[in-house]
Design a protein around this ligand. Structure first.
Ligand code: ADP
Ligand code: ZN
Length: 599
């Protein structure tokens, strides 16, 4: 029997296991049950793929999405692993061939959609197999109604496990709060399983938050400055905004595609495939896009609207940088986002208790945006992990200076108070700035003592102050009555001058030194080789009808440029090149290196 490490190196081409992979693989290969919680990009797939190869028989992988399955199978086949998938798109003939190979012991992994699993025909097929190596349940949080991706079929998996109790099972997910975890243990019968819980830190992600001014323009500038020509995802709150933003990016020379639930199935599928297969596409999407997208070379995830919860934010931003190379989570938000989301929650049909939960999560999200300290620390703390300041988020790199804002805040609070706590932010700011517009005059607010007392800040400056006060619960936005600003009890001490308050000034355009992936290229020669390798990868991927990253990851190409191996054994030392890939592509790669290697 081949051991795990040599499979990792020879078949998958990676030098070493990451984090808990080795322990998990040893445990499952040895017949143990496991529950694995690992952040997106942590490397969950290998945790069942390698035991599947180590154990005799066919391994079944339950996976909720067809696209995800197909890509995994394509990548496995590229590495020379006998894998197949069974879903609604599989023809009868294909299914028969799969069954045949499985019975002959010629298939190692079979990916199955959950709705197939419990059909009598499939159970009969399972019973006819000489041996089942293991059951793997991917995206296992789908079993829980608490999770946002609930799939009722997942709950029936227990039947399967009862029938084959001696077959080891492993459930994997990237998101699980306490309720979801309890549901997984219960429905997947994992009470006695060993739990492997990995840190949620994503050290290669750079976190950045900017204050919303004109989101589309800010987004364009971010992409043009930091990440031109690479793959990225932009999340928006509404379908209309998706369409607008995608169009705007295209008009400005960026290859952007839309994705939302209002589009036809075909259009969505086509855009998703293009995104997965080609380099340098920006996918503009609602949260409908993403589950199971495991494209490793997404260099940035931008949110141009505030995500609903830290869970959403973590999961969505986590789709960047799964290959471990530097990547950015960029979030652009304004007070209106907060108001709009609060309205959506309040106006939704969830029971009152659920609404309260959602509002609390939204608050935590606002806290992330407004924190003057380390953003990573803030996110990890939310998931129950203590961490030191990371030194590589926007706040760590440029700690926002704070200033004594007591007087400014007193002016704002008393202005709100004098306006009767019945007006929204825009109106209050007009009064502070002394703008006698129609509404201000109609209300007689140009006669107030606070009219025109706030000229030391401009409109944006005041908005920033208001946001920070909402985040700190000194102000509340009344959603029911026209988004008017309300004072909370905690204001009193400040108004009376008994308490001081420090705020951040309006962040000047805080831009990090650009880190987009091509910056590592040192010479023109390296640049030529890099583009030649990328062209080759695209052509090869098209020819094999698989996504580009199934041929090689960016990291592999980068190492090829940097190391310029000249022999097959040199190639084998490169990240991601296993034996089969060296055999298959070695000649072409060495040829390219030779051709583009001269002066
Ligand atoms: P997820 O946990 O999100 O399912 P994947 O299994 O898709 O993550 O792995 C993310 C990326 O990391 C993939 O490109 C995978 O090939 C790579 N990877 C996984 N394990 C290792 C390893 N030990 N060394 C190097 N790369 C790895
Ligand atoms: Zn930090």
């Amino acid at each position: 029997m081949q051991d795990a490490l040599s499979l990792l190196q020879n078949t998958f081409g990676y030098p070493a296991f990451r984090g808990m992979q080795a322990d998990i693989i040893a445990h499952v290969a040895d017949g143990g049950n496991a529950l694995v919680l690992m952040p997106t990009g942590g490397g969950k797939s290998l945790c069942y793929q390698i035991p599947a190869l180590l154990r005799p028989g066919l391994a079944l992988v339950v996976s909720p999405l067809i696209a995800l399955m197909q890509d995994q199978v394509a990548a496995l086949r590229e590495a020379g692993v006998a894998a197949a998938c069974l879903n609604s798109a599989t023809t009868q003939d294909e299914a028969r061939a799969i069954a045949h190979f499985a019975r002959e012991g010629q298939l190692d992994l079979l990916y199955v959609a959950p709705e197939r699993l419990l059909s009598p025909r499939f159970l009969e097929f399972l019973a006819s197999l000489p041996q089942i190596a293991l059951f793997a349940v991917d995206e296992a949080h789908c079993v829980s109604q608490w999770g946002h991706d609930f799939r009722p079929e997942y709950q029936q998996l227990g039947q399967l496990f009862q029938r084959w109790p001696q077959v080891p099972r492993i459930a994997l997910t990237a998101t699980a709060d306490a309720e979801t975890r309890a549901d997984m243990l219960h429905y997947l019968q994992l009470q006695d399983a060993r739990q492997f819980i990995t840190s949620f830190d994503r050290p290669n992600l750079f976190y950045q938050v900017v204050e919303k001014d004109s989101a589309k323009k800010q987004l364009l500038a971010f992409i043009e400055n930091d990440y031109p020509g690479v793959s990225g995802i932009v999340y928006c709150l509404s379908r209309k905004r998706v369409d607008d933003t995608a169009q705007w990016l295209c008009e400005n020379g960026i290859r952007a595609l839309p994705y939302h639930a209002g589009m036809s199935h075909e259009d969505r599928d086509r855009n998703q495939r293009t995104f997965l297969r080609e380099d340098g596409i920006v996918m503009v999407a609602t949260i409908a896009f993403g589950m199971g997208i495991d494209k490793p070379d997404v260099r940035f995830v931008a949110h141009i609207d505030l995500p609903k919860s830290p869970e959403n934010f973590y999961q969505e931003s986590g789709r960047a940088g799964r290959d471990g190379l530097p990547a950015t989570s960029w979030l652009c938000y304004g007070l209106n986002d907060m108001v709009q989301l609060t309205q959506m929650i309040e106006g939704g049909d969830s029971p009152a208790q659920q609404k309260q939960v959602e509002l609390t999560k939204l608050d935590a999200m606002l806290g992330y945006c407004e924190t003057p300290s380390c953003r990573r620390q803030q996110i990890l703390a939310y998931f129950g992990e203590a961490a030191q300041p990371c030194g590589q988020c926007d706040n760590c790199l440029r700690p926002p200076a704070t200033y004594d804002a007591t007087v400014v805040v007193q002016k704002l609070l008393s202005c709100i108070y004098r306006c009767g706590q019945r007006y929204p932010a825009g109106h209050i700011i007009d009064v502070l700035l002394g703008r006698p517009n129609q509404y201000v005059q109609q209300a007689g607010h140009d006669k107030l003592s606070t009219f025109g007392i706030g000229k030391e800040l401009n409109q944006k400056g005041w908005r920033s102050v208001i946001r920070q006060l909402v985040a700190r619960k000194l102000l509340q936005v009344d959603i029911v009555r026209g988004q008017s600003l309300l004072l909370t009890d905690t204001c009193r001490a400040i108004l009376k001058g008994e308490q001081q308050i420090e705020l951040r000034p309006l962040a000047e355009a805080r831009q990090r030194q650009s880190v987009h992936s091509e910056r590592w290229l040192r010479t023109e020669r390296e640049e030529r080789l890099w583009s030649a390798l990328r062209r080759w990868r695209k052509a090869t991927a098209d020819e094999h009808n698989v996504p580009a990253y199934a041929v090689c990851s960016d990291r592999t190409l980068q190492e090829l440029v940097q190391q310029r191996p000249v022999t097959p054994s040199g190639l084998k030392k490169v990240y991601g090149l296993g034996e089969l890939k060296v055999a298959r592509y070695g000649e072409a790669l060495l040829g390219l290196i030779h051709e583009h290697g001269e002066g």
